[in-house]
Design a protein around this ligand. Structure first.
Ligand code: ADP
Length: 236
């Protein structure tokens, strides 16, 4: 096992240094992350694996600016996110990061194209352009015939494709994925793996995926195991 590299380079889209997270509890504190070091280069793909409860989702939340660490720092495109106020952090997250979850989290009352356009609409882009960009991306992921379907009228795999389009629509530097295929059958999961690989190649978007799915993990450039609050690179 080798320790992850932490050198900051101009091409580093997401990085954390000495990242720790603890939760207070009745008889002291619960340490979940204990000095995590990680650097994701532009266009690089990375998997984080580890047993349930190891802190993978907690780490992803810190890296995505959805929660703040107890100590240490996270940099998105070189900017230390803990130095930003809530608004600036949300803006940076919206511009530079995309998110895909196990459960798609699409909004039930909106169509596929509206859901995929949501990050652009939130960022204040004109509706027409936002919907145009989302429609182009949905066509690209094979959903050109489903633009006006609501999530309830899509299959599980189609919903996850919409969620992937939504994560990519603002052309983020990095997409963070938490068990993106955890809720899909094997064939559908395989088509999502292939789609992610294709989108990574095409857009040079970095991918950081937390997963139990070793087939997905093995498609990534590097695999890390989260163990005792630290990341260890798995040597192939
Ligand atoms: P994983 O994604 O690897 O399964 P999680 O990051 O979800 O693990 O959780 C890691 C540990 O942190 C778990 O033991 C969980 O109970 C604990 N945990 C997560 N959130 C909180 C919280 N808000 N307060 C206290 N403990 C928490």
């Amino acid at each position: 096992m080798t320790e992850p590299s932490t050198s900051a380079t101009a091409d580093c889209v997401l990085q954390c240094e000495a990242l720790s997270k603890s939760y207070p509890q009745a008889n002291g504190r619960l340490d979940i992350l204990n000095g995590v070091e990680l650097a994701v280069a532009r266009g690089e793909t990375l998997a984080i694996v580890g047993p349930s409860g190891a802190g993978k989702t907690t780490l992803l939340h810190m890296l995505g600016g959805l929660d703040l660490p107890s100590s240490g720092c996270v940099r998105v495109n070189g900017q230390d996110i803990s130095a930003l106020d809530d608004r600036a952090r949300s803006r940076l997250r919206n511009a530079e990061l995309g998110f895909v979850y196990q459960f798609h989290h699409l909004l039930a009352e909106f169509t596929a194209v509206e859901n995929a356009a949501m990050p652009l609409l939130i960022a204040g882009q004109a509706r027409r352009e936002a919907l145009g960009a989302a429609a182009a991306l949905l066509e690209h992921v094979g959903l050109g015939e489903r633009l006006d379907h609501r999530p309830s009228a899509l299959s599980g795999g189609e919903r996850q494709r919409v969620a992937i389009a939504r994560a990519l629509v603002n052309q983020p530097a990095c997409v963070l994925l938490d068990e993106p295929t955890g809720n899909l059958d094997a064939d559908t999961a395989e088509s999502v793996h292939a789609l992610l690989a294709e989108l990574n190649r095409e857009y040079q978007t970095s991918l950081l995926v937390v997963t139990h799915d070793m087939q997905l993990a093995q498609r990534m450039d590097r695999i890390y195991r989260l163990q005792a609050g630290q990341l260890h690179e798995q040597v192939a």
